[in-house]
Design a protein around this ligand. Structure first.
Ligand code: PMP
Length: 393
């Protein structure tokens, strides 16, 4: 049966994680995998998460099945965190999913069941898993211009010229905040223009929110999504709690469809039906931890303070690297790192230069120059700046 099964191409990020683990060099630096790290290089369990976990273990009386959509308290709390009351709950249908990845897949399956010919427009630079997931769901992906590589900023003209080509019923995938891999986010004005364009063309936004709280703050990071939800009849959302709750391996996510009230029940049933075909019930533990935190004033304050600390650390790493690179290279070509937001920046380096950083300096990043700004610390910023300056020569 499996004689002709093709071996899938290795996933770049997984291969990089393995290579880093096997590298015996003492001073190696991991800017590859997208996880938050503290100054000591750890990815700790957040204190609020530990406290909520203890509470859940002590109080939970059953692990019997819940509904296909998962725990309602989790869905309500996440709905409020994402939408902040921008739309009435009667317009929102959502299901818990194992992580943000399966939320993206779930939304793609939903699109295919409703409109198999829909094209999903994706930013030219994007999370490497977007295109494979869209293709696996049987949908066609089409890139739109996003980054102007010369400025390391939004290619505003290219973006809007490409989005003018979307057809009614097409779907436009947008990163809610902290664009992966460029770190370039839309301004409030950009979001307003996007909303107007999509409304005019009859296209549906699909917001992937994987880093809420890591950009400008919890509410500011959801501003674009809330603007779209208030102005458009249909908005799709995939959310992940991997980064902002540090629940990576627990697999906590949410797939959401914001629709006219009359369509809500159908969408809720469609999403639950899709879950039934793949994992049936979402994992409960991580979602319960999230709803416990969001539903308790003290735990929520603790979590928000920890998240803010993480956000500010990444911002500080950005400033430090940008200024060290400015000093070492005598140019402003890396200044944009300080303006960008979230975990990632796409450094203007060739694949050869990235390979040289790896071979000669033990610095790991993705082949396209994507580097995790949370992976830096006071020791590695000057080391990286020196190494990057040396490979540019
Ligand atoms: N979307 C984007 C843009 C991401 O960067 C990620 C994680 N790196 C995800 C979705 C999925 O996250 P997870 O499945 O780990 O929750």
């Amino acid at each position: 049966m499996f004689e002709s099964l093709p071996t899938p191409k290795p996933d770049g990020i997984i291969a990089l994680m393995q290579a880093f683990a096997q590298d015996p060099r003492m001073g190696k630096i991991d800017l590859g995998v997208g996880v938050y790290r503290d100054e000591a290089g750890r990815t700790p369990v957040m204190r609020a998460v530990k406290a909520a976990e203890l509470r859940c273990v002590e109080t939970q009386e059953s692990k019997s099945y819940l509904s296909l959509a998962g725990d309602q308290a989790f869905l309500d709390a996440m709905g409020a965190l994402l939408l902040g009351g921008a739309v009435p709950a009667a317009r929102v249908a959502s299901v818990g999913t194992p992580g943000g990845t399966s939320a993206v897949r779930q939304i793609c399956e939903l699109i295919r069941s409703a409109r198999p010919e829909a094209v999903v427009w994706v930013s030219a630079q994007t999370w490497p898993n977007h295109a494979p997931v869209i293709a696996a769901a049987g949908l066609k992906a089409q890139p739109y211009r996003y980054m102007d590589p010369a400025r390391g900023a939004l290619d505003h003209m290219g973006l809007f010229a490409d989005l003018e080509q979307v057809c009614a019923g097409d779907v436009v995938l947008l990163h809610g905040c902290c664009h992966n891999p460029t770190g370039i986010d839309f301004s409030a004005q950009d979001w307003a223009e996007i909303a107007a364009l999509l409304a005019r063309r009859g296209a549906v936004p699909f917001v992937d929110m994987a880093y809420q709280g890591f950009g400008e703050g919890l509410d500011a990071d959801a501003g674009g999504l809330r603007h779209l939800a208030a102005r458009l009849p249909e908005v799709l959302v995939a959310a992940s709690c991997s980064k902002n709750f540090g629940l990576y391996r627990e697999r906590v996510g949410l797939a959401m469809a914001i629709v006219p009230e009359t369509a809500r029940a159908t969408l809720a049933a469609a999403l639950a039906g899709l879950s039934r075909q793949v994992f049936a019930f979402p994992p409960d533990h991580g979602g319960r931890v999230v709803s416990t935190i969001l539903g308790d004033t003290a735990l929520r304050a603790m979590w928000q303070a920890e998240l803010e600390e993480m956000r500010l650390r990444v911002e500080e790493n950005r400033r430090a690297l940008a200024s060290a690179l400015h000093a070492k290279t005598g140019s402003d070509r890396f200044d944009m790192i300080a303006q960008q937001r979230g975990m990632f920046s796409l450094l203007p380096l060739s694949p050869d230069q990235v390979a040289q950083l790896h071979a000669d300096h033990g610095i790991y990043m993705m082949g396209d120059g994507r580097a995790n700004m949370a992976g830096l610390n006071a020791y590695s910023v000057p080391v990286c700046a020196q190494a990057i300056a040396s490979v540019l020569r």
